[in-house]
Design a protein around this ligand. Structure first.
Ligand SMILES: Nc1ncnc2c1ncn2[C@@H]1O[C@H](COP(=O)(O)OP(=O)(O)OP(=O)(O)O)[C@@H](O)[C@H]1O
Length: 459
């Protein structure tokens, strides 16, 4: 049942199946200029929004009979001016991107609400007031949903959640994007998601690694060449700008691009036109450029290796991916994702990590970032003798781990090690049998008491 608390300038609709949550949120947001209505049933809330469009809807993502993203879509059609904030415990990454792509205002975790809800609502209401002062914006054309694509980006840390939100936001425009972050931290994965969630998704995603191609060939790789343009140009060849027509061009390691090629690229980006090397024909460049670098772009400008004007062209939107050691919350889900993927391709029982192995992964400092983690998991899966990956299976040294005080629950005690090893080599053995095996090899040395205990266990 809706509960009107007062009548005021802004109406906020709260939707959540949990009455306790509605009571908390209603009280938390209470203010003289707000009218807060709460609903436990989605359809009832939607009907009420139709009758009396609210300024803001705050809804649980895991709703019935349709989820928060479906609700957002319905609200965008029904009351396009209503802003929507979704919330849930741990949202699926694809849902976060999709929410932002569809124009949702924000996606907040329930655990963060005590300190994030009020400031987010205040800034949403401010946005509404600023929007009211401007002429009505053109309605966004609905784009086909691309559910599941976001699942390729694994990560639960607040840093990755922010990256997901940025991907969703930039997917609604053609603005160039500059992705920064250390090598192996997922820049290409993010670039692909920017493409997959954009209106260009059905067109090509073309990548070029600017560091991997010699300077003399890079220009022709990018723009193509005509037959006879240079020695060895036996026939006409189209470049990446043409290959990616209508889609996204990913310029990886842009910081390594020679200055001369940078000037040519800048001209193409400014004029949206180019010619093949050795050709006169002017061709239209219809690509969305996403560039990435593992260098500090500002430092490269100061060092004179990166053109400042090109930087401003590319840096319209910046997505920074922090190194893995700064988002340790992502290590477990990433490691499990990689292991799950490997398990799915092999016969036999599903592989899993022992507590000790996971502890080691979480305490290593990952200089090679996610790429190194993926590699370590692949090698461990090959080295593991049973279906449990043990610390000894990990091709990383304990000494490389960042010193961290191990919580008592994850201490790698010799006993745990022994039990895990037993379980690893005899996964289907009942627990009692495993325990018996643990003590029987030493039965000859046991005291009579222990020997009878061992017999007992075996009975
Ligand atoms: N968040 C993520 N979820 C799933 N896989 C990831 C994630 N981040 C990175 N990876 C995986 O890690 C590997 C390295 O990622 P990627 O190539 O995108 O890094 P990069 O930053 O572009 O590296 P480089 O700077 O060396 O080009 C890839 O195999 C990719 O699939």
């Amino acid at each position: 049942m809706p509960t009107a608390t007062n009548t005021a300038q802004h109406r906020i609709v709260l939707i959540d199946p949990e009455e306790e949550f509605l009571l908390w949120a209603g009280k938390h947001l209470q203010a003289p200029d707000l009218r807060i209505d709460t609903f436990q049933r989605t359809e009832e809330a939607l009907a009420s929004c139709k009758k009396d469009p609210p300024s803001l809807v705050i809804a649980e993502y895991a709703l019935q009979p349709f989820n928060g993203v479906e609700l957002l879509k319905k609200l965008r059609l029904q009351t396009p001016k209503t802003l929507v904030i979704l919330t849930t415990g741990i949202p699926p990454n694809s849902a976060v991107i999709e929410t932002m792509r569809l124009g949702g205002y924000d996606f907040l975790r329930k655990s963060a609400l005590p300190y994030e809800l009020r400031p987010t609502v205040e800034s949403a209401l401010q946005t509404i007031e600023e929007m009211a002062a401007e002429p009505a914006a053109k309605r966004q054309k609905a784009v086909d949903p691309q559910e599941a694509l976001g699942n390729v980006i694994i990560g639960e840390s607040p840093a990755i959640q922010n990256v997901l939100k940025m991907i969703g936001r930039v997917s609604r425009s053609d603005a160039p994007v500059l992705i920064t972050g250390e090598s192996g931290c997922g820049k290409e994965v993010v670039a692909k998601a920017v493409h997959q969630f954009s209106t260009r998704a059905a067109k090509p995603f073309v990548a070029i690694n600017c560091a991997a191609i010699p300077e003399t060939l890079l220009e022709s790789e990018l723009f193509g060449h005509e037959k006879g343009a240079f020695t060895g140009a036996m026939q006409q060849r189209i470049g990446r700008f043409e290959q990616g027509n209508g889609g996204t061009l990913f310029l990886d390691e842009i910081g390594e691009m020679p200055i001369l090629v940078q000037s040519k690229l800048l001209r193409v980006l400014q004029e949206a036109e180019f010619s093949r090397v050795g050709g006169n024909q002017t061709l239209k460049a219809n690509v969305r450029v996403v560039a990435a670098t593992n260098r500090d772009p500002e430092g490269a400008i100061a060092a004179g290796t990166f053109r400042e004007d090109l930087y401003y062209r590319l840096n319209v939107v910046r997505i920074h991916i922090p190194p893995l050691r700064e988002r340790t919350d992502d290590i477990k889900p990433l490691a499990e994702h990689f292991l799950h993927r490997i398990s799915a391709t092999r016969k036999g029982p599903t592989l899993r990590f022992s507590l000790g192995a996971m502890h080691m992964l979480q305490n290593y400092n990952w200089p090679g970032n996610v790429r190194e983690l993926e590699n370590v998991v692949q090698r461990a899966a090959v080295l593991a003798t049973g279906n449990i990956i043990m610390p000894r299976d990990l091709p990383i040294k304990d000494g490389d781990a960042t010193p961290a005080a191990a919580p008592a629950a994850s201490l790698d005690t010799p006993l745990r090690q022994l039990i895990e090893e037993q379980l690893s080599s005899n996964p289907d053995t009942p627990l009692i049998e495993t325990l018996r095996k643990l003590i029987t090899p030493a039965v000859a040395d046991l005291t009579p008491d222990a020997e009878s205990a061992a017999k007992h266990l075996g009975e």
